[in-house]
Design a protein around this ligand. Structure first.
Ligand code: NDP
Length: 310
């Protein structure tokens, strides 16, 4: 029996960031500094952590970044004004609205208000449509990261049976579209799917994006499959930690220190049967910010009519 190959998201993200840094240098030499604006509403701790690391990575790659932090009480109208200002600014190439937003604001309306040219999250209906029709687009970062992992690891996609569990607008649906564009045979599952295991067992390539800790078990996968685990679930119960990671001293130490550990949507025991898999943490999650940086540079180029090849 072969040992599964671990797809190292941190290493791949490092390659992409190094390439983006070179692209930024070339733009700066032409007098263009790519700029990203990040809007963080209120004080959601997880969002604060994500935004901080996005801003930090911009700094590392010499991308200009600006963080806007309106209070939780901001209205949809005020947000629209803020977005309009950023749409008009010459020094801003990318606009990112950190989700989730407070319930009283109309998220869909705000996402549609971002200029499609500056929509580095790829959530504007224009970019969703461009992705669907196979035109170059600013594509959602997490599924774009999945495609980069597959491509840079030389894993086949064309002709493969790809099964995606999850149909969110952020991960599942765009991942399905990208895999279809890459000529996989795609099946999308969700909470109403009957006998999920019978579908996932047919997958040569399984993408789990459901937000359910360890839900996909060893019995649900085809031996030798490529497993892409998008889930990021924090577990805080000692017994659960032991159930997911029996005898794992590193995890036990992390748990002792932080009171929680992270587990994906695929049960760690299933990884042993895989041909290749993305670990959690250090897999897909590591790519998301790298792809955001790439999208910011792509947006800077597209807006100025610079070809993407150089
Ligand atoms: P959502 O909650 O928006 O979507 C979850 C999807 O999973 C839904 O389509 C839902 O089906 C489906 N689902 C839930 N339970 C089941 C079940 N029992 N059987 C089959 N399908 C099920 O989540 P997201 O797509 O935003 O995120 C998914 C996971 O990925 C989360 O753990 C999240 O933290 C992580 N994530 C990681 C990112 C990264 O790596 N950077 C970025 C974004 C997310 P239905 O539509 O029927 O309700």
């Amino acid at each position: 029996k072969r040992t599964p190959r671990i797809l190292d998201g941190i290493a791949i993200a490092g390659q992409i960031k190094a390439e983006v840094a070179v692209e930024v240098q070339a733009l700066v030499a032409r007098g263009i500094t790519p700029g990203l604006a990040v809007i963080l509403v209120g004080e959601v701790p997880a969002s604060q952590i994500y935004v901080r690391s996005k801003v930090k990575t911009c700094g590392e790659l010499r991308i200009f970044s600006e963080m806007l932090t309106p209070p939780e009480t901001i209205t949809t109208e005020e947000m629209l004004e803020l977005i309009a200002t950023l749409n008009a600014r010459e020094d801003i190439d990318g606009i990112l609205i950190q989700l989730p937003l407070p319930k009283h604001v109309n998220t869909k309306r705000l996402l549609e208000a971002v200029s499609p040219d500056k929509d580095v999250d790829g959530f504007h209906p224009m970019n969703v449509g461009r992705l669907q029709s196979g035109q170059p687009a600013l594509a959602p970062c997490t599924p774009a990261g999945i495609m980069e992992i597959l491509r840079r690891s030389d894993l086949p996609v064309a002709g493969q049976n790809a099964v995606i569990v999850g149909r969110s607008d952020i991960v599942g649906k765009p991942a399905a579209m990208m895999l279809l564009n890459a000529s996989a045979t795609v099946t999308v599952c969700h909470s109403k799917t009957v006998d999920l295991g019978s579908v996932t067992r047919k997958a040569d390539l399984l993408v789990a994006a459901m937000g359910r800790p360890g839900f996909v078990t060893a019995e649900m996968i085809k031996p030798g499959a490529t497993l892409i685990d998008v889930g990021i679930n924090r577990i805080t119960d000692a017994e659960e930690v032991d159930e997911f990671f029996p005898g794992d001293e590193d995890r036990a130490a992390t748990f002792a220190k932080r009171g929680s550990v992270v587990v994906g949507d695929i049960h760690p025991a299933a990884f042993a049967l895989a041909g290749a898999y993305t670990p959690v943490p250090g897999g897909v999650g590591a790519l998301t910010i790298a792809m955001l940086m790439q999208n910011t540079v792509t947006a800077a180029k597209l807006r100025r009519g610079i070809s993407l090849g150089n």
